[in-house]
Design a binder for this molecule. Structure first.
Ligand SMILES: Nc1ncnc2c1ncn2[C@@H]1O[C@H](COP(=O)(O)OP(=O)(O)OP(=O)(O)O)[C@@H](O)[C@H]1O
Length: 435
């Protein structure tokens, strides 16, 4: 404590912020990470076991997906609703199946989908139920595991344009009384049956994913041409626009945002049986929800962009992704999860900086210099806490094996977040005492 700082007053209370993760995210995060102590700690603090995120995904949904039997036991013991239905209700009751995998919005369905037998038994014993599924065909000539939505349920005439990406336009539409985003895939792209089927297969994978920091996929519009799929609507737009509007973020907000992205990415990388590598993690592919939390979107789709390249289509790098591209990806070498860690570091750097440090330079030139001259953004400004500087240097290390995993990044960011809170509390305490 600083000299002259009296300890007679209680520390100034830090007002909860939109980016505060204490509630409910810690319960949800601990549940998805099978952290039993963390879950018990949160419940003992008074957090409801039925507390849910913006999409009404509860801790039980997450633990059931991840196969965290011990967490499921604790939650049901503490009164968690085994039949809680998320925001999308039974939206995927019409499911396209190739195997006996299922998608649904209830914990039992989540557990069954991932083959967590023991959890299924626990939930069934407590009266857990499972929605109904059907075999359907999306009109591609073969059956694929993808949730299909009847076009009569979405009034495309009432659509509002939100933006445009390299695949097509994105609209705000109403579906069953809820505002959702409708992403269109240009006919020029989707008319190629191979590209279309690659897209739908990626979407099919996306539908299985459920995490508070991953944009929720809802389904593909039946017989749509251009191909249209629905995801949840994130009203606050993307991180690129947020940074353009707000400029540099204060360290607690930047760290909270970084944690959001890292948690979403960790979920993708830990996905079983196959890890999901994003390949195109950029501020434009990170969206903000009403509560101020960030969610990662469009993973896997860049794979198709590469395929499109082979067919003569434009690569996503042209829209700015080059700025975030790992050197090994740019050099067209083999790459893995650590390529996403590299992109993540550049995004975090921008959050502290208020935007890209080399705006004037062509994105491709930037990527080239990173790949062949080991050029990296400057960390000389005093806006970066020391621990953040160290983390960024590790994450954009030229040797990809030296980059940390997202699990490690989360641990480090949580420590940084804690120390920022301590500093804030200490500063508040000191200024109160002095006043
Ligand atoms: N689910 C969503 N909710 C709200 N806005 C969205 C949603 N998805 C995309 N958008 C907005 O629509 C615009 C276009 O998004 P899209 O994902 O098609 O392209 P992009 O990510 O900007 O570029 P690219 O396709 O090259 O990656 C962006 O401004 C984005 O913020």
């Amino acid at each position: 404590m600083e000299e002259g700082c009296k300890s007679t007053l209680p520390p100034k209370r830090i007002q909860p912020k939109i980016t505060d993760f204490e509630n409910p995210y810690r319960l949800l995060y601990c549940s998805s990470k099978c952290d039993k102590d963390g879950v018990i700690e949160e419940i003992e603090k008074g957090v409801s076991p039925n507390l849910a995120d913006h999409n009404k995904r509860t801790a039980l949904h997450l633990a059931s997906c991840e196969g965290c039997t011990k967490i499921v036991e604790v939650l049901v013991e503490k009164g968690a609703d085994v039949n809680s239905v998320d925001r999308w209700g039974h939206t995927c009751s019409k499911l396209l199946l190739r195997s006996d995998l299922v998608i649904a919005s209830q914990p039992l369905s989540d557990a069954r989908k991932f083959g967590h037998e023991e959890i299924c038994k626990i939930l069934e014993a407590r009266g857990g139920t499972d929605p109904e599924f059907h075999l359907l065909n999306v009109g591609l000539g073969f059956q694929i595991p993808c949730c299909e939505i009847d076009h009569t349920e979405v009034d495309m005439d009432e659509r509002t344009l939100i933006g445009e990406g390299s695949y097509g336009e994105v609209y705000l539409v109403r579906w069953r009384g809820t505002e959702v985003a409708a992403k269109t895939i240009r006919s020029s792209i989707a008319s190629n049956p191979r590209v279309k089927s690659a897209f739908v297969m990626e979407l099919a994978m996306w539908q299985w994913l459920r995490h508070p920091n991953i944009v929720q996929f809802l389904g593909v519009l039946k017989h749509s041409d251009p191909l249209i799929f629905l995801t949840e609507y994130l009203p606050n737009g993307n991180l690129y626009d947020i940074l353009k509007r707000k400029g540099r973020l204060d360290p607690p907000t930047a760290v909270a945002y970084a944690l959001d992205i890292a948690r979403g990415m960790n979920y993708l990388h830990q996905h079983k049986p196959q890890s999901i590598i994003h390949r195109d993690l950029t501020p434009r592919n990170v969206l903000q929800d009403e509560a101020g939390h960030l969610k990662v979107t469009d993973f896997g789709l860049s794979k198709i962009a590469q395929e499109r390249d082979a067919y003569g289509y434009k690569m996503t790098g042209g829209t700015g992704s080059y700025r975030y591209m790992a050197p090994e990806v740019y050099r067209r070498e083999s790459y893995g999860q650590s390529a996403d860690v590299f992109s993540f570091a550049l995004i975090v750097h921008e959050m502290f900086q208020g935007g890209p440090s080399n705006r004037a330079e062509e994105p491709e030139k930037v990527a080239d210099k990173r790949a062949y001259e080991d050029s990296r953004p400057s960390l000389s400004s005093n806006v970066y806490p020391e621990a953040i500087k160290t983390l960024l240097q590790e994450c954009w290390h030229k040797n990809r094996e030296s980059r940390p995993s997202f699990g490690d990044i989360i641990t480090q960011l949580e420590l940084i977040q804690e120390s920022l809170r301590d500093n804030e509390a200490m500063e508040g305490h000191c200024s109160c005492a002095i006043l």
